[in-house]
Design a protein around this ligand. Structure first.
Ligand SMILES: CC(C)(COP(=O)(O)OP(=O)(O)OC[C@H]1O[C@@H](n2cnc3c(N)ncnc32)[C@H](O)[C@@H]1OP(=O)(O)O)[C@@H](O)C(=O)NCCC(=O)NCCS
Length: 176
């Protein structure tokens, strides 16, 4: 387990992100639904590459994992697993995800997130948090389907209404 982990599913693989993902990653970040649902995004392909370089540093230094969802050799999105509060010793994690617009509406986010959560519970985590904007109907549905519970609804420092979810290992599903 670790920075070179590849998770295999029936219709896709989850493999570590790489700089050559920058173009489809940037395309995903340019999509209007992505922009409506995320709080920050790169404004050029150069910035997208810089972000991926930062992700690669985080993978090394903070025990974060940035999985690229790949379908038949094509980039289809990312699922991120990192420590809550950046503490690599903590058993609390958090997840983020985004799907390339060409691959939405097929159950991919649900399947990829489920795979990463099961991996996370096997790896070391006992608790996984997920946050989204209160307007994000898709992610709310996905989180509920995967057994996340709402911790709180709140307005952040930028005035954005958000929902914090958690899923505990104990009593959770361990289906792979
Ligand atoms: C939200 C997102 C991850 C969903 O990806 P996806 O692969 O299309 O999701 P799924 O196909 O697994 O959808 C699961 C369920 O949510 C529903 N759903 C997905 N997107 C939805 C939306 N925008 N509005 C309402 N319901 C939605 C689906 O209909 C499906 O319902 P079902 O189980 O009853 O069939 C994707 O649209 C995306 O990347 N959005 C922009 C980035 C983003 O919001 N990231 C999260 C930031 S916290």
């Amino acid at each position: 387990m670790g920075i070179k982990t590849i998770l295999k599913c029936k219709n896709f693989i989850l493999r570590p992100i790489k700089i050559s993902d920058a173009k489809p990653y940037y395309q995903t970040m340019c999509d209007k639904d992505t922009r409506a649902n995320m709080e920050s995004f790169p404004s050029s392909i150069e910035e997208a590459k810089k972000e991926i370089k930062e992700y690669l540093k985080q993978i090394k230094n903070k025990d974060s994992e940035y999985f690229t969802i790949e379908i038949k050799g094509k980039y289809a999105g990312n699922v991120v697993l990192q420590h809550q509060n950046w503490d690599p010793k903590s058993d609390e994690g958090r997840v983020h995800l985004w799907i390339h617009p060409s691959f939405r509406g097929k159950g991919l986010a649900t399947d990829a997130l489920e795979k990463v959560i099961n991996y996370a519970f096997q790896k070391k985590y006992n608790k996984i948090f997920a946050q989204c904007k209160a307007i994000n109907k898709g992610v709310i549905k996905i989180n509920k389907k995967l057994g996340f519970k709402i911790v709180k609804k709140y307005t952040n420092e930028n005035g954005v209404k958000k929902i914090l979810f958690v899923k505990n290992k104990i009593g959770g599903k361990t289906k792979n």
